[in-house]
Design a protein around this ligand. Structure first.
Ligand code: TXA
Ligand code: MG
Length: 355
């Protein structure tokens, strides 16, 4: 474990007006080149001044993030996008429909976007979050904020301030506490830089919501079903890394519910017989099938919003409980379920059985 090198302040924000002084302190730190974590409606972000390359570089150091993985620039007003990116009609329509909210747009960049933000690409990713604390922070800083999720690289994204402190204490100046993130999975990354709009990462805004606005929307073929796909190079560099993973090994079971329950029981017995500590991540519908096992439920299979909200917290909780193996039950792959399954598949890192 690396030694902490600075004090990390925990600012509790109950009300953006009454607590404006703390938000201003945090904004001043960002403007001056420091790092502050903050809540968004998706997950907590780790913010730096997006206009200052050296400040952005500190994000990569704090997270242990590979330098070729670009960051999302967060704005408090759609008009700020033009500081860094070239707009087009599709982007404007999407911003009008989905902002503020969990949709990130990849656009052709202007020279003002530092290479540290774009990792040398000729595009830049931008989004306007809807969380009031995030918006207040961006305004207080007076600059756009570059921010990845506020976890150590490869760990599940943080959805509470405690997850942020677990990974970032001693490495950042502070964190604004806005409670639990409502959505629980990250924004949709949509490339609208040219040609047909393409989803590079499924997230909070679903393909079903985008389709009526765009007509046609594609998925990046490199992540089709998020099963290993030979050597097609993903257009979103972050997608190629092992991600969202707890320390335990994850086995993901998809397909017919009866077969998944059956296979879960078999694997549970098999691993327990060898002395492994097994955790089950299952739907509320099936939780009663595994009496006596260490089980966390993500709510109903039919409600991907609850599964999204609790997924990362459950993965971290299993680590805290010291399990060796997590056996997870997949959910239907539509709507927000697509983002949930994308994260589960990546946490399983190819260890997927379709039954
Ligand atoms: O909900 C979210 O998007 C959260 C909150 C904090 O806003 N942020 C987040 O950031 O998830 P991060 O860094 O964990 O994921 C950003 C993703 C990565 O997969 C990255 O490769 C991709 O966006 N990305 C960023 N800039 C890109 C670009 N110019 N072209 C393609 N993909 C890009
Ligand atoms: Mg991330």
């Amino acid at each position: 474990m690396q030694k902490p090198t600075q004090t990390t302040i925990h600012w509790m924000i109950k009300d953006t007006k009454k607590d404006a002084k703390y938000i201003k302190d945090a904004g001043n730190i960002i403007a001056a080149g420091g790092l502050v974590a903050f809540p968004t409606e998706t997950v907590y972000g780790l913010g730096a001044n997006a206009l200052k390359g050296p400040a952005v570089k500190r994000i990569f150091q704090a997270k242990g993030r590979p330098a070729d993985n670009p960051l999302i620039v967060h704005v408090a007003d759609p008009a700020e996008v033009e500081q860094m990116a070239h707009l087009n009609d599709t982007a404007i329509k999407l911003m009008q429909t989905f902002w503020p909210g969990p949709l990130t747009l990849v656009l052709p960049k202007k020279p003002t976007a530092p290479d540290e933000v774009t990792a040398g690409l000729d595009t830049v990713a931008v989004r306007m979050p809807s969380h009031p604390v995030a918006l207040a922070l961006i305004k207080a800083a007076g600059v756009p904020i570059a921010a990845p999720s506020a976890n150590l690289s490869g760990r599940p994204s943080p959805t509470t301030v405690w997850h942020v402190l677990e990974d970032m204490t001693g490495k950042i100046a502070g964190v604004l506490d806005g409670g639990s993130c409502q959505l629980g999975v990250e924004s949709t990354v949509l490339d609208v830089s040219d040609g047909t709009p393409t989803i590079l990462r499924p997230g909070g805004v679903t393909a079903e919501q985008l389709q009526p606005v765009l007509g046609v929307v594609n998925y990046d073929p490199a992540l089709e079903n998020h099963r290993p796909k030979g050597d097609i190079k993903p257009r979103s560099p972050g997608v190629k890394y092992k991600h969202y993973a707890p320390k335990a090994e994850v086995i993901l079971l998809e397909g017919s519910v009866a077969a998944v329950v059956d296979q879960t029981r078999q694997l549970l017995n098999q691993y327990q017989a060898t002395g492994k500590r097994v955790g089950l991540l299952t739907s509320a519908e099936n939780v009663s099938q595994y009496n006596g096992a260490l089980t966390l439920t993500y709510g109903s299979r039919q409600n991907p919003a609850t599964a999204a909200a609790g997924l990362y917290a459950s993965l971290r909780e299993f680590d805290r409980l010291g399990v060796d193996i997590i056996i997870a039950e997949g959910i239907p792959d539509t709507g927000l379920g697509r983002a949930v399954m994308d994260r589960m598949r990546r946490a399983a890192s190819g260890n997927i059985r379709v039954l």
